[in-house]
Design a binder for this molecule. Structure first.
Ligand code: NAP
Ligand code: MG
Length: 496
């Protein structure tokens, strides 16, 4: 769909018109909380200050969303018309994709090429897909006695709050907004602080596409102020959340302490990539390392644990280390770059801390270092790390959200399964083997919402995505996501 070309992205970034206010009821307004002061991780440059929402500002946005919902301008529109407007919105995003990709690259440091060719493509596809689905969702007419007619219908739930992370800022946003809007809800989006500019521009494009005022509002701000106010608001019906387990569980608490709203958490992961003895080791290890380092390792599905037979462990470590040395960070604005900047100095310090502790406690450092990497002066860069560790090591248990691959040896399949399932997470897993029987039996015993066999990160809008255990229970994508944003209603009609 898109191809990144040209070498003038830095100049283009300097001329971007960045929106800096809240978007409520179709208008830009000032927030009254302490403003956000974003920094570009590409070169440490200060970006324009952004107005932030207080609890009172969030309340204003919720009231606007509720008014829009009750007015029926969106909630009672014919599904086909809502669908057409979502498709028009997708086209607007398509037509402004380079600007949006550049904004993402500027604010969170991912390579411009990835932002355009992977992220924006996914965002356009997602809004189109739910736009096309809007008038193809069927209700039920169960069989009852001849003198009655029972309708089981799906009704939009009302006001939905979407709280999202910065790593795939517009993809995560699209996964929430598209199904919620397709069925007629009003939405309030609280973007991650690091990726507010792209969210504000997205809302502006929705408005330009003809989505009515109040149907999509954006309340930028701090998580524990603007995010929390949405979680605790008594007139928010649903929270759809992607982020850390810690904050996801907080939203469950906000719900319990307010109106018992539905919360759909999609949380982190610690993906095991399990290489069975018959697999092509080179191919499996390369794909796993690529899957761990992609997006600077800032991925909930990052394949951060490579599990190999003990006899192949040293060779696997060597192959992974080669991939790490081939994947060094570079300027995100150069179209040949595949690894960009870490989102912030805070995140970089956290990643470096994990590697330092690993080294100090006996991990074998096969590639990378405990120190930062310099790609663009003033920026936040960290080169990929490969460590040989035991399964109980901190780096092999906790989500690092950085390019750090743990290589772990196992003794037999039972041992491998125990290691693969032995973290608090259960988002995704990968399995490498061409033995059909082994693939079938082992994949069924991996406790994960998604299992990739002989591939990594494959997916489609038709396929649900989400986890089990500590990774939460929300599902994004596919028609299943519609269930999250609708109420099931029974209408019993007694006939004469
Ligand atoms: P995060 O700290 O949990 O933040 C996610 C969102 O919640 C942000 O908008 C954040 O706002 C907000 N927030 C923070 N503290 C809050 C609070 N006390 N109350 C209400 N809202 C609050 O996660 P992150 O650091 O942005 O992203 C990394 C995490 O997301 C990782 O654990 C990763 O695995 C997970 N993730 C999961 C998926 C998935 O699909 N399962 C996808 C991507 C990422 P601020 O920006 O102000 O902090
Ligand atoms: Mg955070």
């Amino acid at each position: 769909m898109f191809t990144a070309t040209g070498d003038d992205w830095a100049e283009r970034a300097a001329t971007l018109r960045l929106r800096t206010q809240m978007f409520v009821d179709g208008a830009w307004i000032e927030g009254s909380a302490e403003p956000l002061s974003p920094i570009s991780p590409r070169d440490g440059r200060k970006l324009p200050v952004i107005s932030a929402a207080s609890a009172a500002d969030v309340d204003r946005a919720v009231r606007s969303a509720r008014r829009a919902f009750e007015s029926g301008t969106w909630s009672r529109l014919a599904p086909r018309e809502r669908g057409q407007l979502l498709i028009a919105f997708a086209q607007k995003i398509h037509d402004n994709a380079e600007e949006l990709a550049l904004t993402i690259s500027l604010e969170m440091g991912k390579p411009l090429r990835e932002a355009l060719q992977t992220e924006l493509r996914a965002v356009v596809n997602c809004f189109r897909w739910y736009g096309e689905a809007a008038d193809k969702i069927l209700d039920e007419l169960p069989v009852t006695a001849p003198n009655s007619l029972a309708l089981v219908t799906r009704e939009p739930a009302g006001v939905v709050a979407a709280v999202v992370p910065w790593n795939f800022p517009l993809t995560m946003t699209a996964w929430k907004l598209a199904p919620a809007l397709a069925v007629g809800n009003s939405v309030i989006l609280k973007p991650a602080e690091h990726t507010t500019f792209s969210a504000l521009r997205l809302a502006e494009l929705a408005h330009e596409a003809g989505i009515p005022a109040g149907v999509l509002n954006v309340t930028p701000g701090a998580g524990d102020i603007a995010g929390r106010a949405l979680g605790e608001h008594r007139d928010v019906d649903i929270v759809t959340f992607t982020g850390s387990p810690e904050v996801g569980r907080r939203f469950l608490g906000y719900s319990a302490a307010s109106n018992g709203k539905r919360v759909w958490p999609e949380l982190g992961g610690k993906t095991a990539s399990l290489v069975l003895p018959d697999a092509d080791l080179e191919r499996a290890v390369r794909a796993t390392a690529d899957g761990c380092f992609y997006n600077q390792g800032q991925m909930c599905t990052a394949s951060s644990r490579l599990l190999v037979p003990r006899a192949q462990r040293d060779r696997a470590l060597e192959i992974a280390a080669d991939v790490a040395r081939e994947t060094l960070p570079a300027d995100p604005f150069s179209i040949t770059t595949s690894m960009g900047a870490i989102v912030s100095e805070k995140q970089l310090a956290s990643i470096a801390g994990f590697v330092q502790r690993a080294e100090a406690t006996g991990a074998e450092l096969a590639a990378g270092s405990t120190e930062r990497f310099t790609a663009v002066d003033g920026g936040s860069y960290f080169a990929p790390v490969v460590v040989g560790v035991t399964p109980d090591h901190e780096v092999a248990q906790r989500e690092i959200f950085g390019p750090v691959l743990s290589v772990i040896a196992y003794d037999d399949v039972e041992d491998a399964l125990a290691i693969a399932n032995g973290t608090e997470y259960g988002l995704a897993a990968a399995l490498w083997s061409t033995d059909l029987n082994a693939v079938h039996s082992v994949s069924r015993r991996l406790r994960a919402g998604v299992v990739w066999v002989n591939c990594f990160e494959e997916g489609d809008m038709t396929i649900p995505f989400g986890g089990v255990k500590g990774s939460g229970f929300g599902r994004d994508k596919s028609l299943h996501a519609i269930d999250k944003f609708t109420d099931m209603k029974t209408t019993w009609i007694e006939l004469a």
